[in-house]
Design a protein around this ligand. Structure first.
Ligand code: SF4
Ligand code: SF4
Length: 483
């Protein structure tokens, strides 16, 4: 495996969308070149701070949420076995699948909106691949040192020191990966019980499989694959350019200011030397987690993390030049020399307003629907095992099965009634109590005097009323009268 020691790897520009034949060939060839290991240099600065804030926030939520309790149960639990999802005070049944669909639509629209405004903001700051790569690289730096120390260590022959460092790094990576896998499974199995099963060695085979599978995926993706996931596996990188326009915020190199690039002394007169602001230190390449050179323009490998902007600002400070040679800007702003205010003004363009409007409409509709949803659900199924029959007393009887799902956190008492035909009588118990967040199947029998109506199928409806009279569900069914 070759190493990236600061030289600029081959790149494939994708924006503007149309590629030249030569670029096409380059992309084809690049799929066959040997992988160059990337050793990103550590970086400090405004965007690095924001990235760490996002790492902390997302991981506090991910690792912490399963341990929170809501009343007597886990606050967030996707109980696939019981076919029930608990999200804080909300209990969702498979019949609430529409909310999952709405959530996916909201996520997709949010992605469109954020991409239209700020390019690959999600990729650079909140994508799990970025977040875990950042954590794994931090562990790597703590154990093996920064970029040059890591390159030296990898180049050196095997020694006790190298063995211990490598072993320790992988031990930490694997521990974190397994903890991540355990937490992931904790969203689908009560996490406290899972912990007890883990320590007593009684985890089910599926739980063991998913802990190791998710852990292995984390270890592989964040420890080894890193930028290759973004380059070759992530579909988002491929279609993002369709959502970009010339007013989308991207990390850009100010070519007009930076070129011609070249080394010079700190106090050197750039006008005399005919040099731009870029000192050609290659630090922007060295800090890049995907190993690209932002000075070659926007490339699809760029995840918009801002590391190159941070490090270049540091170089500009040292040289006494104004910051912002590499910065978040837009193509229009760079081409036309816009001010910050002009750039911000263009962010609120029609497509952004349209995305925002649609997004908020759906969010509000889902919120209202959740707030107004009934605290129980009912399914009526005709009992196919026993069709309509004539019973004692000369009556026609039909059997049904009702599933009452209590979506409230308290026990509920329900009253069942049947309507729609003269003389229709419910002969089973019309009262039923269902425990909190439980569902219960109830057998119901309806009778009608023989000869009251003609033979055939007649529409009827069940009404199920909970403790509060305002909470009533009416379900349709049919009553069969044999010839
Ligand atoms: S960090 Fe800035 S000055 Fe150094 S090579 Fe990159 S763009 Fe040029
Ligand atoms: S070019 Fe800059 S913004 Fe893009 S991935 Fe590399 S360091 Fe991050």
């Amino acid at each position: 495996m070759k190493k990236n020691t600061g030289s600029v790897p081959k790149i494939i520009p994708v924006y503007p969308l149309a590629m030249t034949a030569q670029e096409d060939t380059e992309e084809f060839n690049s799929l066959y070149v040997a992988h160059q290991k990337i050793y990103p240099r550590s970086v400090t600065g405004l965007f690095a701070k924001w990235r760490w804030v996002m790492v902390l926030v997302t991981q506090l939520v991910f690792y912490g949420l399963p341990w929170f309790e809501w009343g007597q149960r886990q606050a967030v639990l996707f109980d696939l076995g019981a076919r029930r999802f608990y999200i804080l005070g909300i209990v969702l049944y498979p019949q609430d699948f529409i909310y999952l669909t709405a959530l996916l639509v909201i996520c997709a629209l949010s992605l469109f909106l954020f991409t239209a405004v700020a390019g690959r903001l999600w990729c650079g700051y909140a994508c799990p691949q970025t977040v875990y790569s950042e954590i794994f690289m931090w562990i790597e730096r703590q154990v093996e040192g920064d970029r040059s120390a890591r390159i030296r260590l990898d180049d050196s022959p095997m020694s006790l020191e190298k063995l211990v460092k490598k072993w320790y790094k992988h031990f930490l990576w694997i521990s974190l990966s397994l903890w991540t896998g355990f937490t992931f499974v904790g969203y689908f199995t009560p996490v406290r019980a899972l912990g007890m099963e883990f320590f007593s060695g009684h985890m089910s085979s599926w739980e063991v499989f998913w802990v190791f599978f998710y852990g292995f995926a984390t270890y592989g993706n964040a420890g080894f694959m890193r930028e290759q996931v973004c380059k070759y596996m992530c579909p988002y990188a491929r279609f993002q350019s369709a959502m970009f326009d010339k007013d989308t915020l991207i990390v850009t190199y100010d070519e007009q200011r930076g070129e011609p690039r070249g080394a010079r002394r700190k106090k050197a007169d750039t006008a005399t030397l005919n040099l731009g602001a870029c000192v050609d230190c290659t630090l922007c390449v060295q800090v890049c987690p995907t190993g690209i050179d932002i000075r070659k323009g926007l490339q699809y490998e760029c995840i918009g993390c801002g590391a190159c902007a941070d490090v270049c600002d540091g170089v500009m400070d040292q040289m006494g030049y104004p910051r912002g040679l590499v910065k978040y800007s837009t193509q229009h702003a760079i081409e036309q020399g816009w001010t910050h205010a002009q750039v911000l003004l263009r962010i609120f363009r029609p497509r952004v307003w349209i995305y925002t409007l649609i997004l908020w409409t759906i969010v509000i509709a889902v919120g209202v629907s959740l707030a107004m949803r009934s605290p129980f659900k009912v399914d009526v199924v005709r009992d196919r095992a026993s069709l309509a029959r004539i019973v004692a007393g000369g009556k026609i009887e039909n059997n049904y099965r009702l599933q009452i799902m209590n979506a409230a956190e308290q026990e509920q008492r329900f009253t069942i009634a049947a309507h729609g035909l003269p003389g229709l009588t419910l002969v089973t118990d019309d009262q039923v109590t269902v425990a909190s967040t439980e569902s219960q199947w109830i057998s119901v029998r309806l009778q009608l005097p023989y000869g009251a109506i003609a033979a055939g199928s007649h529409p009827i409806h069940f009404s199920i009323t909970s403790g509060s009279p305002s909470e009533k569900i009416v379900e349709k069914s049919v009553f069969l009268v044999p010839r």
